[in-house]
Every structure is written in C-alpha cells, then in structure tokens.
Design a protein around this ligand. Sequence first.
Ligand code: SF4
Ligand code: SF4
Length: 316
Amino acid sequence: MANLLWLEGSACSGNTMSFLTAEQPDVIDLLTQYGIKLSWHPSLSLESGHAVSKLLNEFIEGRNTLDILVIEGAIAQGPHGTGKYDVFCERPFKDWVSDLSKVAHIVVAVGDCACFGGVPAADPNPTDATGLQFHKTQKGGFLGASYVSRSGFPVINVSGCPAHPDWITQTLIGAVTRPNDLLLDEYHRPRDLYSTTTHTGCTRNEYFEYKIGSETLGCKEGCLSVNFGCQGHYTHSSCNRILWNGHSSKTRAGVPCFGCTEPEFPTFNYFKTAKRMGIPKKAPLGVPQLPYIAAAGVSKLAAPERLKGKLIKGRP
Ligand code: SF4
Ligand code: SF4
C-alpha cells in the first residue's frame, strides 16, 4: 500500500471539499481499489495533536515510508522567515513541509495556493506566502527551482481554485501506478488535464467566433468573453471536457471562467472585458494580436441573424 499524507497550509479547505466530490474515481474507490492508504488528512482523520506529530516524525525519521505527500494551501514564510503565521502541531507549518518533502517519494500540490501561492500570496501578501515550487509564474517558491522528490520528480501541480475533483484523484492514481507517464507542462501541471483550454468543449464557441456576447450572467446563449471577461480562451483547463459533477461547468452555467488554473490567479478584473473597437482586446491563446483583431472584426460583421436572435434576456 502507498502511504498518502495530506497536509493543509494557508487555505480555505476548498480543495478538500472538491476532492470529496470526486466521481471518476470517487474517494472510496481511490482508497480501496488503487493501493493507496490515507495515513492522515486534516478533515478526514481522527488523530490530532501529539498523535499527528508522532506520525509525521515517523515519516521524517524513516520509520515509515512516505509515498505521496499532498499539500493543500500556500506556505506562509512570515513573519521575517520564521513561518510563525502558520503553526501546526507546535512547529511552523513550513518546517514540517521542509522535512517531509525530503523523504517523500512524490509531492503533489493541490489547488492554486499550493501550486503558485494563489489568494494568500496576492498583494500585499502579509504572511509572505508562496507556492511549493512556484511563486506565481516564477519557478522557485518554497522548495526551490531545483527540488525533486525521492522519485526524481518536481512538485506535481494540480492547479485550480479549487482543482476539479477528478483531476485530483486521477493525478494521485497516476502518481502511484504510472509516474513515468505523467508528462508535465511548464508549470508542472499534468498535460493530459491542462493541455487544452476552458474554451475547448464550451457550448458557446459559435458565439465566440462571431463575437456575439451574452447579455446577462446566468443566461444560456452568447459568449461570456464579449461583455463579462471570460478568460476561457486563454486558460489551461479541461473544465468543459471533464465536466463538474459530471454535467456542468462555469461557462455552461452562464458564469465566466476566471482563469483559476493559471499561476497569475487571482487577478482583479472579473466580469469586465477590456475592448478595442467593440472587440475583446485579448487574443485567444497562441493567436497573434493583429490577425486576431482583423479576423474578429470581420467575423462580427458576418454574425448570423439566427444566432443573434437566440440571445435570451434575463435568467433562464
Ligand atoms: S464563454 Fe468563455 S470559454 Fe465559452 S466560448 Fe466564450 S470565451 Fe470561450
Ligand atoms: S471554468 Fe475557469 S475559473 Fe472555473 S474552474 Fe475552470 S478554469 Fe477555473
């Protein structure tokens, strides 16, 4: 059995809530069918206080094998590098992470805060929070750019706010059963899950093509990037390929993608679209700016009446 230890730093427990709703596979299957033993989890385990320190020290001292270390939440380094803004089992949380990452065979960061610093690391970052191996887009973070776990892997980042439940369980299975097949992108996210954008599979793609915008949040028609700042066309996620709760996503529910899987998250211009000549300024991922503006202008002129007529005012 592979021992899995889940610890939580500066976080809201959103990724734990997400993890518990996994379906492909669900948490029970994960723990009964794939040879994973949950050694401890802050919300799911009964042990607390000294019993937890004892368990963690057994891993650190080599009396037990730590196969997978999962970290949820950012690492608080302040004040003045002491880590005392976040104390866990009588030690700064960062010191536990430092010791455990040296003995872990695989380290997985779950959620944007653990991956890149996320919300706790947003300006003015009073706790000097950072991600495990990235600080926003900058490689390094708490463990440093050259860190590799005992199995020779960098920190595997399952980003998102929260990360999709099935991305978490599928990555953990991959890490245990076939780690060498886990190909990572430049921000250490599994490519299978993060190589396409939220835009891929979005039901509003035809509206995007002709720059026909949704008129209200929550409506079923129109593209949410024209008026409501949807970042789906440049955000790496499989939210519209692997649906949430098996049947929906933000854009399907009429809410713009906020780009929560990206290292820059959170940004501060939600629900707003910067435009030039009535066309959203930012080009889709990989599309050069000038050809995009020209093509989008022509497409807007060619927008078919059948689509414009489908826009529904008000909530569905
Ligand atoms: S709503 Fe967002 S994800 Fe969907 S088509 Fe428009 S830009 Fe793409
Ligand atoms: S749709 Fe966008 S903001 Fe929502 S979970 Fe997916 S990547 Fe994050």
